[in-house]
Design a protein around this ligand. Structure first.
Ligand SMILES: C[S@@+](CC[C@H](N)C(=O)[O-])C[C@H]1O[C@@H](n2cnc3c(N)ncnc32)[C@H](O)[C@@H]1O
Length: 424
């Protein structure tokens, strides 16, 4: 088979959405999440390619952008993600709450803030990393917030809404360098008051919930089913041939360490016990522990791994593992799609240590090998600020503009649209 190459595809301006701010619409702005979808892209995929479809899936659901858009469009949806923080956020973002009930719960929650006594929470034992990230007064306030929500006499959906609000403010209220996704202390950070942050963000979330609720109720979509499972994208419990359209964006290789990025919520909510084991479950991690340099089923992928191996084995082994994992994900996508169903993958290429890592072309080949056929491959430019664009030339890790030893990565990304052949 001839090697696929997307270099010659022209950037399609219809998919740029440069001046459209959809990231704060509906519940999309509840929680930060690295490399999240631009909601406009998901919306346009649904409207252009499957306006009449019934079931939409996202195997790397992240903070649930696909599932929120599916709900707005009245489509049944199902998502999987290996990250419990992603599951928590997605559940809340896809659960519209009755505005009056939510407002009452909020009013009674914040009444409690006057009763906070720091000493009552000063000795609370959590994880040692919590003591590392938080100043003791703020730690006490956050522990109080969690306890007050847990003790509320309200339903679990409303409590989950407040937990997501707390989760979102953890980074702001910790010593974590605000401008960095990587865990890094900011020694001069002026840390805001957690109660003020909670009130500010919660009010914003309540406004968004009310708009989401009203829209869904006007369209008759309030009860459209939506499920998010804490599962591995390589082997999900989604039934075979049950999905009309997959809209997903896989993790980028050795870029974001989701386990580390979400550690604040992970430790507070007790999702993480052993961070080393937790990291290994993520596709694209640089902690895969894989020792093999062999890639199954793609000569293009094997060439990339071989080229990387010349500069050092460790990163080449991680990339080999990434490609093998993505091959399994392609098979899983084929399994769950109905005959005639679509797989829409948003994916970018990158450069590590001067080697072009053509993840988009490799994944395209994997999908084709499962029996999917190309409908379209769209190239779009990535909007400013949504994605880090610089990697250190030596380490391959993301870096900043002031690093003279850096490469630009992800200036563009591809939307690969494939269809499951009707006779396969
Ligand atoms: C690029 S993000 C997806 C972001 C999503 N499109 C959104 O809008 O939020 C990739 C996701 O893949 C998830 N992931 C990594 N390894 C996984 C695995 N083995 N199974 C399922 N999800 C995984 C990460 O937790 C992360 O949420």
């Amino acid at each position: 088979m001839q090697k696929v190459n997307f270099d010659k595809i022209e950037v399609n301006q219809d998919w740029a959405f440069d001046n459209v701010r959809s990231t704060e619409q509906w519940t999309h702005g509840y929680h930060r999440y690295p490399a999240k979808f631009l909601p406009n892209v998901v919306k346009k995929i649904i409207e252009d390619y499957a306006p009449d479809c019934e079931v939409i899936a996202d195997l790397f659901a992240g903070c649930g952008t696909t599932l929120v858009e599916a709900k707005i469009h009245g489509k049944v949806s199902v998502g999987t993600d290996i990250n419990p923080v992603a599951q928590m956020i997605t559940k809340v973002k896809t659960t519209p709450l009755a505005p009056e009930q939510l407002q009452d719960a909020y009013d009674s929650l914040i009444e409690n803030f006057d009763r906070f006594v720091e000493e009552d929470f000063a000795t609370i034992q959590k994880h040692e990393r919590i003591d590392y990230w938080f100043e003791s007064k703020h730690k006490a306030q956050i522990a109080f917030l969690y306890k007050t929500v847990a003790d509320m006499e309200t339903n679990e959906k409303i409590k989950a809404f407040f937990y997501v609000c707390i989760s979102h403010i953890l980074k702001n209220c910790s010593r974590w360098l605000q401008s960095s996704t990587k865990p890094q202390i900011d020694p001069v950070k002026k840390i805001p008051d957690p109660f003020d942050e909670f009130i500010r963000h919660c009010q914003k979330m309540i406004k968004s919930n009310n708009e989401f609720y009203t829209k869904l109720s006007e369209e008759g979509h309030l009860n459209t089913p939506c499920n998010i499972f804490l599962e591995d994208a390589r082997h999900t419990s989604i039934p075979s041939e049950s999905v009309d359209m997959i809209i997903t964006s896989p993790p980028y290789v050795t870029s974001y360490e989701y386990a580390d990025i979400h550690q604040l919520t992970g430790y507070w909510m007790e999702y993480i016990t052993d961070i080393h084991e937790f990291r290994k479950q993520f596709i694209g991690t640089s902690y895969s522990g894989n020792k093999s340099l062999e890639v199954n089923g793609s000569t293009q992928a094997q060439e990339i791994v071989d080229a990387l191996a010349q500069g050092g084995k460790h990163i080449a082994q991680d990339v080999a593992q990434y490609f093998n994992d993505m091959c399994d994900v392609a098979k899983e996508m084929h399994r769950i799609l109905k005959s005639g169903g679509y797989a829409c993958i948003v994916i970018g290429n990158t450069k590590i240590k001067e080697v072009q890592v053509r993840s988009a072309e490799v994944f395209y080949e994997f999908l084709q090998d499962t029996g999917l056929s190309e409908v379209s491959v769209i190239k779009r430019s990535i909007p400013y600020k949504l994605m880090p664009t610089l990697r250190d030339k030596t380490t391959g890790k993301f870096t900043k503009l002031d690093n003279p030893n850096c490469n630009k990565v992800y200036p563009n990304e591809y939307i690969i649209i494939m269809q499951k052949n009707k006779d396969k």
